[in-house]
Design a protein around this ligand. Structure first.
Ligand SMILES: Cc1ncc(COP(=O)(O)O)c(C=O)c1O
Length: 378
């Protein structure tokens, strides 16, 4: 496969001859090459100890150091202090859909924004565990192609919390600004640490790691401690109790140790990039390249999001004039080292996921390919 000048190994060690493609997967997604290198080294031998980081006890000093550093770096990146706990959980973001009402609904009605597949799934999981769910707004009638204006949301006055998905991965739109609420809960799975998060407004923010943060199987959750007062005293297994997990540094049982190590390497990498504000600016510039290619195509490529201001900086979704052209686009792009561009089945077309680890060059290459492909097929 010819990946062109300046691409291919992307800094991998000499003995590694596998080319690195631009991987537009929605998740699990690409990770920074530096993170893969340092994690691979630690997997083989951790700090010269003769064992790898996945081969030592989670109760030992090596892994304890990893957890402490990961918590500290996570807090520093988000700009939070003692008011919040950092949890490393399992079961994917989907498990959180059930655990959140189990921990925090406290018998009150709870409000949900349902403007995409993930917001909708969060609603059904909350109902499954008996929560009294009120949907404040939805766009299901238009295949979730936007978020209705906040002024029209039907909020419950004494709701236990408001749950929102800040970036709808499937449909490619985001909440440009988070709403204000006493208890705001944010599923940030597909944009966690891709922008600064207004933590002073957030009660709980969480996400599956497999998009911006690390491997699947690990959930990062950052919770404001005052919410623990709502946790039921009886009936909630300890493993699922957020306060108990915080007290045990997420080690009530064996945590996904290697996943947490990779997450720590991602935190170190994010700091080296200049932090979350820097990532936000870079991600906006990356997304603009592709949106400009859509907008400059004279309607040949069509964005799937109804309101341009809400277009995601993480998942860029668009369609081509026909199924055949879409298939050809995906196949030809793959031949040029740009993979996993096929859109989600309910939206169709193309979805280019461009999380933190996607370099600017990947978006430049895709935008150029879009122009070339149109010129040949338009
Ligand atoms: C916004 C959002 N929430 C939740 C999930 C579910 O995550 P998991 O597969 O880790 O349960 C996803 C997965 O893509 C997602 O994009």
């Amino acid at each position: 496969m010819d990946l062109g000048p300046g691409r291919g190994k992307q800094g991998l060690p000499q003995e590694n001859t596998m080319p690195r493609v631009f991987n537009f997967s929605a998740g699990p997604a690409m990770l920074p090459t530096e993170v893969l290198e340092s994690s691979a080294k630690a997997l083989l031998d951790y700090q010269g100890k003769g064992f790898g980081i996945a081969e030592c006890s989670h109760r030992g000093k090596e892994f304890d150091g990893v957890v402490d550093e990961a918590i500290a770096r996570c807090k520093a990146l988000l700009g939070v202090g003692d008011s919040h706990d950092v949890l490393f959980l399992q079961g994917g973001a989907s498990a959180m859909f059930s655990l959140i009402p189990m921990n925090f609904a406290a018998g009150k009605p709870v409000d949900y924004l349902a403007t995409g597949e993930w917001g909708k799934k969060a609603v059904s999981c909350a109902k499954e565990v008996g929560a009294k769910v009120n949907v404040v707004a939805t766009s299901e009638a238009s295949n979730f192609n936007h978020t209705p204006a906040q002024a029209g949301w039907k909020l419950t006055p004494d709701a236990g919390y408001l749950h929102v998905c800040s970036n709808e991965t499937v449909h490619g739109h985001r909440l440009v600004e988070l709403p204000r609420h006493d208890t705001l809960i944010v599923d940030a799975s597909s944009e966690f640490m891709a922008r600064p998060h207004p933590m002073e407004r957030i009660g709980l923010i969480y996400g599956g790691a497999q998009k911006n943060l690390g491997p699947s199987g690990l959930v990062l959750a950052v919770v404001r401690k005052d919410l623990y007062a709502r946790i039921p005293e009886k009936g909630l297994p300890k493993l699922f109790n957020f306060k108990a997990q915080a007290e045990a540094k997420s080690m009530i049982n064996t945590p996904p140790t290697f996943g947490i190590y990779i997450l720590l390497e991602v935190f170190r990498w994010l700091e080296k990039q200049g932090g979350l504000a820097k990532m936000e600016a870079l991600n906006a510039a990356k997304a603009k390249l592709i949106y400009d290619a859509i907008d400059g195509s004279g309607g040949w490529y069509k964005g799937t999001v109804a309101e341009a201001a809400q277009r995601s900086h993480m998942n860029v979704t668009f369609t081509l004039p026909s199924e055949e052209k879409t298939d050809a686009f995906v196949k030809e792009a793959a031949k040029q080292g740009m993979v996993a561009l096929k859109g989600y089945r309910t939206v169709g077309g193309i979805r280019a996921s461009i999380y933190n680890a996607m370099p600017l060059a990947g978006c430049q290459a895709l935008a150029q390919f879009m122009k070339d492909f149109q010129a040949r097929n338009g």
